[in-house]
Ligand binder design. Structure first.
Ligand code: RAT
Ligand code: ZN
Length: 416
């Protein structure tokens, strides 16, 4: 047997090395390729004003919401830096992420000198910085979140500019499924689709035409929606009707999987703006129904509630048309990532996508992947050790094969 990995230390080193060196396909981010201009966020002020840190800052500052939102980005970053990094130690996962990122970029973290970090970014060209970040994070490609209803993004797609091929697309359809009557219906009419509020057969056909047009234009890896914890399926609502009559058939016709991200309660505290969303536990009967009744459809699923994760794994055992991915948002913390990764691997072996970054700011790829690699590596090392203790001798090539599947191979095998 070639390069059998027998001793415990040798095994651990081999697993960690395989996880550290494997390039990853990051299947859900909010990053954009350069032709989208200002939609691609990067640099230290963007990092510091990440909405995860805004929420944490308000717990420690007396500054009012109104005053904060009137500030410039630089002023907001100054306040957050002062509050979370100078007056307190940056111990939360989102804060630690900034420390990791600056450190990996070779900046002097000990100086705590925000201006010196700003100077570093001031002379950087975005194309060079993308190369640097992708190299440091060992990210091969990222999947964007692309909303055809978004007035900033839409014209770029319509102008058909081609961007950096490392940025793949995903067709995000939240407005269509979560705000049909409030906004999407009127927008679709304005875009030239003959829809109506009652969702007549003609309107449903027009929505299918809209989806088909955007699939041809974007060539998305999947169609995605975020859903509230009380999402039900089937459901006598505009959302239920559109999923049934439009999303599912179009997803099959174009072989574009449907990604469901379930559990978000939008604007629990509207004063926090983007930072104000909360979460709740879902009833997974909705998924069970979808998976059972639509076995020719492919579903990518991530859930926001820790309490739902075990049930989700069990559904994964029942339905091969379900691919579980990532530790989403409030789940993206070391203690939970470790627990959930272990649970998934124990129940589903190597047939999951353990992580995505959800990066909103390019630089975050560095810390999100560094932290996740560490945790995934630890869990895998433990699992191969258990196997060794049971008498199974894995080779280095087998371990590398398994890690490659987790970090991108499973995604491509599922969607193709
Ligand atoms: O993680 C986040 O930044 C959230 O604000 C959301 O973007 C979430 O990931 C989503 O895709 O809806
Ligand atoms: Zn996201």
């Amino acid at each position: 047997m070639s390069e059998a990995v027998i001793s415990s230390q040798n095994l651990r080193d081999t697993v960690i090395e395989a996880v550290q060196s494997q390039e990853v396909t990051d299947i859900h981010t909010h990053l954009f390729t350069p032709p989208f201009g200002d939609l691609l966020l990067w640099g230290v002020d963007e990092l510091i004003t990440y909405h995860y840190l805004i929420a944490e800052t308000f717990r420690k500052t007396e500054v009012s919401y109104e005053k904060f939102w009137r500030m410039s980005k630089t002023e907001q970053a100054d306040l957050i830096w002062q509050t979370l990094f100078i007056e307190n130690s940056p111990i939360s996962e989102a804060c630690r992420g900034i420390v990791t990122t600056l450190n990996e970029l070779g900046l002097d973290v000990a100086s705590r000198n925000l201006q010196s970090y700003r100077d570093y970014f001031a002379s950087m060209k975005v194309e060079d910085y993308i190369d640097l970040v992708f190299n440091l994070a060992k990210v091969k490609e990222v999947v964007m979140t692309n909303d055809p209803f978004d007035s900033a993004e839409r014209p770029v797609w319509l102008s058909e500019v081609s961007g950096d091929p490392r940025f793949q697309s995903a067709l995000r359809i939240d407005p269509l499924l979560n705000a049909y009557h409030e906004a999407a219906c009127d927008q679709l009419s304005a875009f030239g689709y003959d829809v109506d509020r009652s969702l007549s057969e003609r309107a449903l056909g027009e929505i299918r035409r809209f989806l088909g047009d955007w699939i041809k234009r974007m060539k998305p890896k999947y169609m995605a929606v975020s859903l509230p914890p009380d999402f039900q399926f089937p459901e006598a609502s505009a959302r239920g009707k559109i999923i049934e009559a439009c999303i599912l058939p179009v997803s099959r016709e174009f072989n574009v999987p449907f990604a469901l991200m379930i559990g978000v309660k939008r604007a629990v505290n509207p004063h926090l703006q983007l930072a104000g969303d909360g979460m709740g536990k879902a009833d997974l009967t909705c998924l069970e129904n979808l998976l059972r009744e639509n076995q020719d459809n492919k579903f990518l699923v991530t859930l926001l509630s820790r309490e739902n994760q075990h049930e989700l794994c069990v559904l994964g055992r029942k339905f091969k048309n379900l691919m579980i991915f990532g530790c989403w948002w409030f789940m993206n913390n070391p203690s939970i990532i470790e627990e959930i990764t272990r649970e998934r691997i124990e129940l589903l072996g190597l047939s999951v996508i353990p992580q995505h970054s959800d990066a909103r700011i390019l630089d975050q790829l560095i810390y999100k992947w560094k932290h996740s690699r560490q945790l995934i590596g630890n869990v895998l090392a433990e699992k191969y050790q258990d196997l060794l203790d049971s008498g199974w001798i894995a080779t280095k090539a087998e371990i590398q094969r398994d890690v490659a599947a987790l970090f991108g191979g499973n995604f491509y095998r599922f969607i193709e």
